[in-house]
Design a protein around this ligand. Structure first.
Ligand code: MG
Length: 466
């Protein structure tokens, strides 16, 4: 009798252990889907959950509440092209030639693009059996050999560069005023579906809505498989246009209208995931490519309490609004650890069980433990480049500012400045005279990092037209 009971207990314990092994090894779980929602020139302060008083973002706020809101999350550049290259490759853009000291970003006359020998997160996930789709602004080369479909995406629908490019040369006057007031028809930008131009100029009043419809279609069409969707909105980069339902609705003017339409779009993506019961096996990430475009005043956004804006390497240029959402997977809370768009590739690859390239330097960290358990972030440092020049270095709470990075030729400061970003997130109180040893340490870290960067062709220089 006693022997029978012991055997039963043994069997029970064995079954329990087997179940636990299966559970913790993830064998019972289906692979996670990934959605990146990327905005253009949205400032750190431009969500109500980051304190904006006159822009209403209920969908983002709910995602932040149900997921993780990161308060110290960085893009790897203060302008579009290099920032996007870092997101796609997990590498500082100087390593791929996508950051330049000659031209700020790629233009319609550019011949360059993200080199084919770079490995993108789309290529990694595609290799792991994912369906991959991109909707929106690419800005890593618009010639056929550089489009998203050559970099791991099965499909592409979007404007290949900034929505203010290809401006009608007959329109003369102050470029800031034009950016604020001109109709969309003066920007002869193309809308590309896979390799074909389907509309030119693009009716930008409806582009946010149409990107959203394409994104929802991609989710619906791929609901039976694992998928990776990269939805990169063309706005709130100027010029700003909103569709009928959003125009004039925000207290913040057209900039607020645009953000509120993007917030609606976020809600549509989440609703599509819920409708197909995919929300518990999908991680949605929301962030922006760089800080707000200050020169456009009320048509540019807000960095909140951060100093600086787009184009610069003060915090407002590169610290972004950032949310990770994934019910049942992402542990809810506010994360104050450091993170970067550089970390997306190693994090998603790790969560997908895909292999991370080993033969090249990846600057990103795997943040999956932070997402799943609220563990400490492995990222302790951030390097801020102005063009191809290292302009500031952060390690833990201290940041040294070496150059005032506005545009591609950041001017060297007469003396380095030092800030404690924990106690002084607005970079108001220079501590340089108090802590020369910290400045030295930070500069050494920067020099060490720079010594590992190999020179590669500058992808932003070559032009198709001369
Ligand atoms: Mg941008």
């Amino acid at each position: 009798m006693l022997l029978v009971s012991i055997n039963r207990i043994k069997r029970f314990v064995f079954c329990l252990i087997s179940l636990l092994i299966v559970e913790f090894s993830g064998l019972t779980k289906e692979p996670l889907n990934f959605v990146i929602i990327f905005t253009d020139d949205q400032g750190y302060g431009d969500m109500s959950c980051n304190g904006h008083p006159t822009i209403h973002t209920p969908n983002l706020d709910q995602m932040a509440y149900q997921g993780q809101k990161w308060t110290q999350f960085y893009s790897a550049a203060a302008v579009c092209t290099p920032s996007r290259a870092a997101l796609m490759t997990g590498r500082l853009p100087v390593r791929s030639g996508m950051a330049s000291s000659k031209r700020v970003v790629l233009f319609p006359d550019s011949a360059g693009g993200l080199p084919q020998n770079e490995i993108t997160i789309a290529e990694i996930l595609k290799g792991a059996g994912y369906k991959t789709g991109m909707v929106g602004k690419w800005h890593m080369g618009h010639l056929p050999q550089h489009l998203p479909t050559t970099q791991g995406f099965d499909s592409y629908y979007g404007i290949p560069y900034s929505n203010d490019m290809d401006r009608d040369s007959n329109v003369k006057g102050d470029w800031v005023e034009i950016g604020k007031t001109a109709p969309w028809s003066i920007y002869q930008v193309p809308l590309i579906k896979n390799g074909t131009v389907v509309e030119r100029p693009v009716n930008q009043n409806t582009i946010t809505r149409r990107y959203t419809e394409e994104a929802v279609k991609f989710i619906t069409n791929n609901k039976e498989s694992s998928f990776f969707l990269y939805l990169a909105h063309s706005m709130p980069h100027i010029p700003l246009y909103a569709s009928k339902n959003f125009k004039g609705k925000s207290l913040n003017g057209i900039y607020g209208d645009v953000i509120q339409e993007i917030d609606w779009s976020v809600g549509e993506v989440v609703n599509a995931l819920k409708k197909h019961d995919l929300h518990k096996k999908t991680i949605v990430m929301f962030t922006s490519d760089n800080g707000p475009w200050e020169v456009f005043k009320t048509h540019g956004g807000s960095s909140g309490l951060l100093r600086g804006a787009k184009g610069g390497t003060r915090e407002g240029g590169m610290r972004e609004p950032a949310i990770f959402w994934g019910p049942g997977n992402v542990k809810p809370g506010v994360v104050q650890g450091l993170g970067s768009t550089l970390d997306v590739l190693p994090t998603f690859a790790s969560l997908a069980g895909a292999k991370i390239p080993e033969e090249r330097k990846i600057d990103g960290y795997d943040l999956s433990e932070v997402l799943l358990t609220q563990g400490n972030s492995p990222r302790k440092e951030m390097y801020y480049f102005g063009g191809a020049k290292l302009s500031a270095i952060r390690f833990e709470n201290y940041k040294v500012q070496l150059r005032e990075a506005n545009g591609i030729n950041p001017k060297k400061l007469t003396k380095p400045e030092l800030y404690h970003l924990g106690e002084d997130p607005s970079e108001k109180y220079n501590l340089a005279s108090k802590h020369p040893e910290i400045i030295k340490d930070l500069i050494n870290r920067g020099e060490k990092m720079k010594s590992g960067i190999k020179e590669v062709p500058d992808q932003l220089i070559p032009k198709t037209l001369n």
